[in-house]
Design a protein around this ligand. Structure first.
Ligand SMILES: [Zn+2]
Length: 172
C-alpha cells in the first residue's frame, strides 16, 4: 500500500486513475470509492465499475469500512485551492473540538486525520479526559500547543456526508 493512497478529505482530489488497473477514470462514468482502515489511518481507493465488479470476487473490498458509488467528475484545478486550505482546516478543527454536535465532532475527527497526513498535526497519545471521554492528543506543528480531539469510531462516521460538510466549510 503506497503512502499517497491514504485517506484524503479533499473531494476534488479523488484518484484520477482506477486503483486496480491504473487506467484513467473517465469523467461521466460510474466509479466506486471505498474506505479502508489500516491501523489508525484510513485509506481511500477509487475504482472503475468494471474493476469494482471484478473485485467483488476478492476478499479485500469486503473489508471496506464503507463504500459508495458516484460519477467521475470533470477535471478541476485543485492546486491553488490547496494554498491556504490547511490553515483553514486547522481553524475549523479548533472550532469543532469543543462541540457536542455529532456532525461537528465527526468533522473534527476527519480534519485531524487529514491534518496528520499533511503533517500539520502529530498524533501523540490517547487518553481519557476529566469528562470520561476518550480523546486523541495531537501536537500542532509549528506551534507550542496541543489539541484534544474526541475519539470517534470511523465506522460510525458517514464519511461522504462529512467530507461534503468539510468541503463546504473550507470554501467559505
Ligand atoms: Zn479499473
Amino acid at each position: 500500500m503506497s503512502m499517497k493512497k491514504y485517506f484524503n478529505i479533499d473531494i476534488p482530489k479523488r484518484h484520477s486513475q482506477c486503483s486496480h488497473a491504473q487506467e484513467e477514470l473517465i469523467p461521466g462514468n460510474d466509479m466506486y470509492s471505498a474506505i479502508f482502515e489500516e491501523g489508525q489511518a484510513l485509506s481511500r481507493e477509487d475504482y472503475c465499475s468494471q474493476c469494482w465488479t471484478q473485485l467483488q470476487k476478492e476478499a479485500k473490498v469486503h473489508e471496506a469500512v464503507t463504500f459508495w458509488k458516484s460519477v467521475v467528475p470533470e477535471k478541476k484545478e485543485v492546486k491553488e485551492i490547496y494554498l491556504d486550505r490547511d490553515d483553514k482546516a486547522l481553524a475549523l478543527l479548533n472550532q469543532f473540538i469543543q462541540s457536542e454536535n455529532v456532525d461537528e465532532m465527526h468533522q473534527a475527527m476527519i480534519l485531524a486525520l487529514y491534518l496528520s497526513r499533511r503533517r500539520k498535526l502529530y498524533r501523540r497519545k490517547e487518553e481519557t479526559n476529566d469528562e470520561g471521554e476518550n480523546v486523541i492528543i495531537y501536537e500542532v506543528a509549528q506551534a507550542q500547543e496541543f489539541v484534544s480531539v474526541k475519539k470517534v469510531d470511523p465506522q460510525t462516521i458517514d464519511i461522504p456526508k462529512i467530507q461534503k460538510m468539510i468541503a463546504a466549510n473550507l470554501k467559505d
